[in-house]
Design a protein around this ligand. Structure first.
Ligand SMILES: [Zn+2]
Length: 269
């Protein structure tokens, strides 16, 4: 599943091709995604793209009359291609641009979304989202205060979009390892010092992944955006039974709800 770093990498990849270009029309080959592609998107004609922004894992294409909200779902990806590139089976949406290019959306599992919003304020998919992890609003004091009444394990707590957006399964495990915090710790047991290490770890892990994505942007835009893309950088995620790179202890795995968690029993408390 594309996580926040992959979505931000996609944003940076498509932005220079879209901003300043005009959308001539949008060709929807299969509009049956997680929700049906909004009618307004089918009707777009001769509209300039003003900006390409991101909120959580939603890409936001700003047009003079409103916004296209794109979510990559479980398996979606975006590529910028010449308009004559022949579409393949899972290429469901093409945004035809005035500069001879097209923005092509591919999504084998069709859990993604293409929605229209005349304004973003109060839109159902964006309302109730917590702060962006790489902004100053998300800081140690914020995390500590939010943790005071929480009796759930810190790992699933971090993955709650109302607390902070974009900390998915991989990055929750990786950040807790970097902060030396056991994923089973009850959230309200965090000390102010723990909260400080954890916010710093979340920011560092996400920023590093975005940076990695940026260095191989060309490759990224031609692949399916699987998180395995960053796999060689991972310390604990997907490494059960392998040795911790810091202390040599075997990495453990377990479940929080449906999601698998990975940790080092020696480095994390
Ligand atoms: Zn270790």
């Amino acid at each position: 599943m594309p996580e926040l770093p992959e979505v931000e990498t996609s944003r940076r990849g498509i932005e220079p091709h879209l901003v300043g270009a005009t959308i001539q029309f949008v060709e929807v080959r299969n509009g049956r995604l997680r929700w049906p592609v909004s009618d307004e998107i089918y009707r777009l004609s001769d509209v300039p793209v003003l900006s390409v922004q991101r909120r959580a894992k939603y890409l936001l294409l700003e047009l003079p009359t409103g916004w296209i909200i794109v979510h990559l779902g479980m398996s979606g990806s975006l590529r910028v291609l010449p308009q004559d590139a022949p579409p393949e089976k899972h290429d469901h949406v093409d945004v035809i641009l005035s500069n001879g290019k097209c923005l092509r959306y591919t999504d084998p599992r069709r859990f993604g979304a293409w929605l229209w919003a005349s304004e973003l304020e109060g839109h159902p998919v964006l309302a109730h989202l917590g702060p962006e992890p790489l902004t100053e609003v998300f800081n140690a004091e914020y995390l500590y205060q939010k943790s005071r009444s929480k009796k759930i394990a810190v790992k699933p707590w971090l993955m709650d979009n109302k607390l902070v957006v974009g900390v998915g399964n991989i990055y929750a495990s990786e950040s807790l390892f970097a902060a030396g915090i056991h994923p089973d710790r009850v959230a309200h047991s965090l000390s102010p010092e723990d909260a400080k290490r954890l916010t710093q770890a979340i920011k560092a892990v996400l920023a590093h992944s975005i940076e990695q994505g940026g260095t191989t942007l060309r490759d990224f835009l031609q692949t399916d955006g699987k998180p395995g893309y960053f796999a060689q950088e991972l310390q604990v995620y997907g490494r059960a039974g392998e040795l911790c790179r810091q202390c040599g202890t075997a990495i453990k795995s377990g479940k929080h709800g449906q999601r698998t968690t990975f940790w080092c029993p020696c480095c994390q408390h």
